[in-house]
Write a protein that binds this ligand. Sequence first.
Ligand code: KG4
Ligand code: ZN
Length: 365
Amino acid sequence: MTILGIETSCDETSIAIIEGANDFVKVNSNILATSLALHAKTGGIIPEQAAREQIKYILPTLKEAIDDYVKRNNEKLPVHNNYGLELLKHIDAIAVTYGPGLIGSLLVGVETAKTLAYILNKPIIPVNHMVGHIYANWILNGNITSIPIIHYPLIALVVSGGHTDLLLMKKHGDFQLLGGTRDDAAGEAFDKIGRMLGLSYPAGPEIERLAKKGDPNRFHFPRPLLHEKTYEFSFSGLKTAVLREITKLTNNNNISTIPSSLSTQIVCDLARCTQDAIIDVLIKKTLRAANQFNVQSILLSGGVSANQTLRDEFNIKSEKFKIEIFAPHKTFCTDNAAMIASAAYFNFKPEPLNSITADPELYFE
Ligand code: KG4
Ligand code: ZN
């Protein structure tokens, strides 16, 4: 089964064509246009600007996705290919992110998907972006010879810029939310603290890099809700603690001048202790859930799961419980359309065109 996926929930515009076969999906094309450089200048995403960029990018991205498919599969396009509509006649369905996300951005993807579904007369499957992140774990990567076995029930941890969610998954499409974040998401904490340190957006990868040179004992930052029974998370206190520490260090209350007055080593130490605090909370809570529900598999997903230190620590700490940790290839941790198409393949539930609307506040039922 071939599915065209469309993802535009935040600042990315992504279109993919995947082939589902039994228990995994193969990516035949995956194109991503990003307005990140624009947002790096402003230190974050300006929703209106993101949507305007996506309107510009969406059709060229579709064309590129089709060209990529043709190249990878040695297919021949009709001469007047009209964005490759001839080729798209052979797909089985269209999958699109309908929430959560920024309303203007979601609308670009949803309306494009509906138009294509109408013209091509194809079924359309609306996908929850967070569910999409989890299904990045079923994407086959490169030349894998042995296919990993994911056991149910399992615990899924979604850690992205907008969400930190812990879920119990009993089978495809069957999710029970155990806890989410009460305030900032893990990725948001990386980004906001990175901003205080003078790093550009998104700061997660840079904090990971700087943390390698940092002293883990230089600061001790709080691990909110770690010892409480709840599976909820809270990271805004961490941000406040880091800010308090750097104003103390620099004797300066003017946040805009702080980064330049911090030494490189202190920035590395702050990065290390921030990352350690976030990873500590994520791992301990996830393993507690895994033990409580007696699962053998944990699936990591979302942009923060691209963090290699997080992955390594998860593997080390889960070993004694004989729990296997899965994480998508790094390309598929951050937002992409292949994961949306993957979720649609395993949860093939087409909806009538007129019932599909963008839902910025969508969560797990
Ligand atoms: O999943 P994603 O692409 O977008 C959302 O759905 O929010 O996640 C983006 C987030 C950003 O906050 C970014 O800083 C974080 O993922 N991120 C990382 C790393 N790579 C991306 N955080 C920590 N370490 C990384 N290597
Ligand atoms: Zn995402």
